[in-house]
Design a protein around this ligand. Sequence first.
Ligand code: MF3
Ligand code: CO
Ligand code: CO
Length: 379
Amino acid sequence: MSGTVACQSAKCPNGNPPSKLECPTCHKLGIQGSFFCGQECFKADWKMHKRVHDIVAPRQPLLDDPSISKSGDGTFNPFYDHRFSGSLRPVYPLSPTRIVPEHIKRPDYAESGVPTSESRRAGQPPRILTPEEQEKMRVVCKLAREVLDIAASHVRPGITTDEIDAIVHEATIERNAYPSPLNYRNFPKSVCTSVNEAICHGIPDQRKLQEGDIVNIDVTLYYDGFHGDLNETYPVGRIDDDSKKLIRTARESLDQAIKLCKPGFLFRDLGKTIEPIARANGCSVVRTYTGHGINDLFHCAPNVPHYAKNKAIGTMKPGMTFTIEPMINLGSHWEAMHWPDSWTATTVDGKKSAQFEETLLITETGVEVLTAGKPRELF
Ligand code: MF3
Ligand code: CO
Ligand code: CO
């Protein structure tokens, strides 16, 4: 039977002839049909091929696994063969999925992981909210601000990002709201926590925050049919001057962008203000991720890029709600790369990244910052 299977390499230089060399791991796992015409072909295809092993048998930590932390606490790095850009590492296992009580109203993706209503409305122009809907946005955004501030008050060396997730989750359900990140496109946790070189979408895990880290906490709540989304970046204990400059620059670029918002302003012109502030401070603006419309949908039109010379569509109109959330990297590399968890976005050079986000409402005369907190000094 083995002789009848064609070489499985997508790039087989020999025209995928009938092959006899079977992948030993597949054989052990009971995956049938993994034959290659020779060692060369097997080796060349290895990077692609080995993914099938993890699908069938998600990697378990072995006793001599180099990923196992020396702390002896059973934690491990699930991606030890990944080329990390900096020194941040995932610390697994993730805690079990947190439960949302039955009585709390859920968004459409809560069970399936698929935001069907977002896809249905793709390509539609930004919604203009009725006064009643605007009031609901005010309510959810105020709740989201409360939850972020509670989470922030716990930031200190030694706390794990998973403990921050637990705090966000509890504070959210206490307010009869749903933590919007939970199961959004299968995101496994209730908040995003992005440390140091993580740009955004970090998954809370067992890593303890360390003195000198910076951590972004990105909270989104769903309440009475609407989402409110905000984030801030915090120092962990004492941080170096570059980290302070980075955090100040990210905050300043968001504040200046918010000042521009009013009816008639072009979304594409926000980046003209944000990028020069970043550059003047030796920083760069992430292009891969943008601000977004937000209302009964978590993410929708308009698209709100933060970099200069973008081609974003549309002008601000009274009744529109959207976020501005610039991600600013130290140094000149704005590019993002991703961990194999397919969520965590990091800088490519391992330098730190910071972000601030607010949800905004365009009014007849200007802008209302729905997620606004009490004015505070950063450092
Ligand atoms: N809160 C993020 C934003 O600002 C989105 C997080 S999506 C998640 O748009 F799935 F990672 F939670
Ligand atoms: Co957010
Ligand atoms: Co957002």
